[in-house]
Design a protein around this ligand. Structure first.
Ligand code: HEM
Length: 309
C-alpha cells in the first residue's frame, strides 16, 4: 500500500496552519511548483527534527486545474472543482485554489517557520488566496462552544477506510480527496440563543456532546443533516477542522479527507437545503461559508513522482 501523507490519519495536534495558494500561469509554473511541493516532506523532517515532540506534519494537496497542468492523462478519477451551492438565502461559494498546505504541530512557531520557507521557495509562482491559523479551543470545541469531532472515525483502520482511495483507483491508492470551506460565525447572534435551543441546532448536548434522543433532535439539527445512511451504512469522512480568528472575525476552517468527494457533497447539499427533502441545517443561520474548494492529497510516492515530471 502506498504511504498516505502524514497529516491525514493521526488525530491532529493543537495548532494548524492552512495555506491555499493560486499558481500564476500553471502551464508555465506548474512543474516548478510541483517540485517545491514534492520537497515539503523532507523540509518537514528537517524543521521537525528541531523538536520531535512537537510532531510537525504537513499534507500537500492539489486542485483540479493544477493537476491538469501537471498530469493531464493520469488523474485521480474523482478530482473536480467544487460546485457552488445556493438556496433559501444560504450560499456555499466555490473559490478554488491550486495548492493546499495543511500544517499541524503542537507549536505555532514551527508551523509558521515551515509555511514561510515554502512560501519563499515558491516566490512569484504563486499568490496566497487564504491563510488560516487554527488553534485547539478548550477541550476540542468549536467557537460555538460545542465539542467538534465526537463522531469522527477513530483509529487507523476506520480512518483509512473513510479517508483513503483504495483499489478502485489503483494508480492513486493511499491518496485522499480533500474538501475545505472557511466559515465565519456570527457569535453575537449565537449568544442570543438559549443553550437548550443551541443543543437542538447541533443535535448534541453542549456539556458532553451526548446525542439528543430521536424525539428531541430536530430534522434540521446539524447532525441530522450530516448523518447519511446508504445501504445500511453511514457515510464517513475524516474531519480535521479547526477554530480560527481574531476577536473581530472568527469561525471554523472546515476540512475533510475522504475516499470520494461525493460524500461531503451530499452532506453539504443536506446542510444547504438543496437535497430536496425541504430541510436545511439551522446551524447555517449562525455561520456562513466564505470559501470552498476541492483538492487531492496524493500518496507520498505519487507526490514524489509529480515533482520529477
Ligand atoms: C460552521 C461549520 C460547522 C460547524 C461549526 C460544525 C460543527 C459540528 C459539531 C459541533 C458536530 C458534533 C460533534 C461531532 O460529531 O463532531 C459536528 C458533527 C459533524 N459534522 Fe459538522 N460542523 C460544520 C460544518 C460541517 C460540514 C460543512 C460538514 C460536511 C460537509 C460537516 C460534517 C459533519 C459530520 C459528518 C458530523 C458527524 C455527525 C455524526 O456522525 O454524528 N460539518 N459538526
Amino acid at each position: 500500500m502506498p504511504t498516505p501523507q502524514a497529516g491525514i490519519l493521526p488525530a491532529p495536534q493543537s495548532n494548524a496552519l492552512f495555506l491555499i495558494l493560486n499558481v500564476v500561469n500553471p502551464t508555465v509554473n506548474g512543474k516548478a511548483v510541483a517540485k517545491v511541493a514534492a520537497g515539503i516532506p523532507a523540509l518537514v523532517e528537517k524543521i521537525g527534527a528541531t523538536d520531535s515532540r512537537a510532531k510537525l506534519v504537513c499534507t500537500v494537496s492539489f486542485g483540479s486545474e493544477l493537476w491538469n497542468a501537471l498530469s493531464p492523462k493520469k488523474r485521480p478519477a474523482g478530482l473536480r472543482p467544487f460546485t457552488a451551492l445556493a438556496a433559501e438565502g444560504l450560499s456555499a461559494p466555490s473559490t478554488g485554489g491550486d495548492l493546499l498546505l495543511h500544517i499541524l504541530s503542537k507549536r505555532h512557531d514551527l508551523n509558521f517557520e515551515l509555511a514561510m520557507r515554502v512560501r519563499t521557495q515558491l516566490g512569484g509562482m504563486v499568490e496566497v488566496m487564504d491563510e488560516v491559523h487554527g488553534f485547539q479551543y478548550l477541550d476540542s470545541r468549536d467557537l460555538t462552544g460545542f465539542i467538534d469531532g465526537t463522531e469522527n472515525p477513530k483509529g487507523n483502520k476506520d480512518r483509512s477506510a473513510a479517508a483513503l482511495v483504495g483499489a478502485e483507483d489503483a494508480a492513486f491508492t493511499g491518496g485522499s480527496y480533500v474538501f475545505t470551506q472557511r466559515y465565519i460565525h456570527d457569535l453575537a447572534k449565537w449568544a442570543t440563543v438559549p443553550p437548550r435551543e443551541q443543543e437542538k441546532v447541533i443535535g448534541r448536548r453542549k456539556a458532553d456532546s451526548e446525542e439528543l434522543s430521536e424525539k428531541a433532535k430536530p430534522a434540521t439539527a446539524h447532525i441530522s443533516r450530516t448523518v447519511i445512511e446508504e445501504n445500511g451504512e453511514e457515510l464517513e469522512i475524516v474531519r480535521h477542522s479547526f477554530p480560527y480568528g481574531t476577536v473581530s472575525e472568527k469561525g471554523l476552517f472546515f476540512i475533510a479527507y475522504c475516499k470520494t468527494l461525493d460524500i461531503p457533497e451530499k452532506m453539504l447539499a443536506r446542510m444547504m437545503g438543496t437535497s430536496g427533502d425541504g430541510h436545511h441545517d439551522h446551524l447555517m443561520h449562525y455561520s456562513h461559508a466564505v470559501s470552498g474548494a476541492n483538492f487531492f492529497a496524493p500518496s507520498l510516492e505519487v507526490l514524489a513522482t509529480l515533482g520529477r515530471r
